[in-house]
Design a protein around this ligand. Structure first.
Ligand code: PMP
Length: 397
């Protein structure tokens, strides 16, 4: 098919949930570059939103998947799998979790995390089921994760949603206190809100939530679907904040492109599910586990996190210079390689102009430019983006 035919067939045969997609037919990826079917090479600062920690087509990850595919793709989870056990052990040994469960998407992991929190209390015959979430949050598109998503535009067409969800403004501890009652089971929060505009939590807020949860016998759930696996300059964002959750979820970057997500539970919460409570046909399949295992091993053994810190530091310093230079920039924020730049105007046109210079970037809402490059990005790549932005902003100002 020609590029144009792919796009036409999508319009004709695929449900139109993505609107006008970015006009790129992703044919191949290599490192930090994404290649369009028409041959155009794009420097990709969006890879992290979808999947990529280590860049496209990382040779060790690809090889691990190929080798696994030659043996077995999947069998029933009624069997044991060596690679699933090895991945579970690796995650537990490198986090505060005692046990994990594997699923296929961020929403599925969050859905399971909510179930786990409720089960933790029903198992103790306690009537605690309410979940407090935050305004502007994003936790997924299934009904319960939509119920936890604090953005009306996503929820409205799908009511009635599961009951028992309340919302407090982000970074507002007092508002959370006001919502808590004896039926509150859990608080679910992104350490940095992604879709909501790249809003980092303050340390005091997450520490305050931890203390509140301890006082009131409430579970603290961190949705690390976007922040996890090295993105913020720690393996997990909770480490960056020094605040341990009771449950946290991972997805996106975990399999470097393979669909795999995980619920990770700490302490006795890890024992809450009993046989029959939860399952997933494809969750934890050996192919996805093999990709995740290779990805984590590389991140842990090849100093990727230190590289993230260094390049992120440079990136944020350069953006701060642009902020000083252009009044149109309202705010630069984020942690590690999860960065948002809020403008005083809509970012749509700017994203298009940047793309015309063969660089892919994202928005988060109307006014925020979002940068989530692969973790292997280097300073030269960042410089290229900064120079491009500088040029475009200078024409706007
Ligand atoms: N949680 C967060 C924080 C997310 O950013 C996303 C996806 N943008 C999800 C959950 C849902 O993940 P998925 O699309 O894999 O279901």
């Amino acid at each position: 098919m020609k590029k144009k035919e792919v796009m036409q067939a999508d319009k004709k045969y695929h449900m139109n949930v993505y609107g006008d997609r970015i006009p790129v037919v992703a044919k191949k990826g290599q490192g930090v570059y994404l290649y369009d079917k028409d041959g155009t090479e794009y420097l990709d600062f969006t890879a992290g939103i979808a999947v990529n920690a280590l860049g496209y087509n990382h040779p060790q990850v690809t090889k691990a998947i190929q080798k696994q595919a030659e043996n077995i793709l999947h069998a029933s989870n009624l069997y044991y799998f060596e690679i699933q056990s090895k991945l579970s052990k690796l995650l537990v040994e490198n986090s505060c979790a005692n046990k994990v469960f594997f699923a296929n998407s961020g929403a599925e992991a969050n859905e399971g995390a909510i179930k786990l929190a409720r089960k933790y209390f029903t198992k103790q015959s306690k009537d605690k089921y309410k979940i407090i979430a935050t305004k502007d949050s994003f936790h997924g598109r299934t009904l319960a994760t939509l119920a936890a998503t604090g953005q009306e535009k996503y929820q409205k067409p799908f009511t009635p949603l599961p009951q028992g969800f309340d919302f407090a403004p982000y970074n507002d501890l007092e508002a959370v206190k006001d919502l808590i009652d004896e039926k509150t089971a859990a608080i679910i929060v992104e350490p940095i809100q992604g879709e909501g505009g790249v809003n980092p939590a303050t340390k005091e807020y997450l520490q305050g939530l931890r203390e509140l949860c301890d006082q009131k016998e409430i579970l603290l759930i961190f949705d690390e679907v976007q922040t996890g696996v090295g993105r913020t300059g720690s393996l997990f964002a909770y480490q960056e904040y020094g605040v341990k959750p009771d449950i946290f979820t991972l997805a996106k970057a975990l399999g470097n492109g393979m669909p795999i997500s995980s619920i990770l539970a700490c302490g006795d919460v890890a024992e809450a599910f009993e046989p029959g409570d939860h399952a997933s046909t494809f969750g934890g399949n050996p192919l996805a586990c093999r990709a995740a295992y290779a990805t984590l091993k590389i991140i842990l053994e090849e100093n990727i996190i230190d590289q993230v810190k260094e390049v992120a530091n440079y990136f944020q310093t350069e953006l701060a210079k642009l902020e000083d230079k252009y009044a149109i920039i309202k705010d630069v924020r984020g942690k590690g390689l999860m960065i948002g730049v809020e403008l005083r105007v809509s970012v749509k046109q700017i994203i298009k102009q940047v793309r015309e210079e063969n660089i892919l970037i994202l928005n988060a809402g109307e006014n925020v430019l979002r940068f989530l490059p692969p973790l292997i990005i280097n300073k030269d790549h960042v410089t290229k983006l900064i120079e491009t932005l500088d040029q475009i902003l200078s024409e706007l100002d």
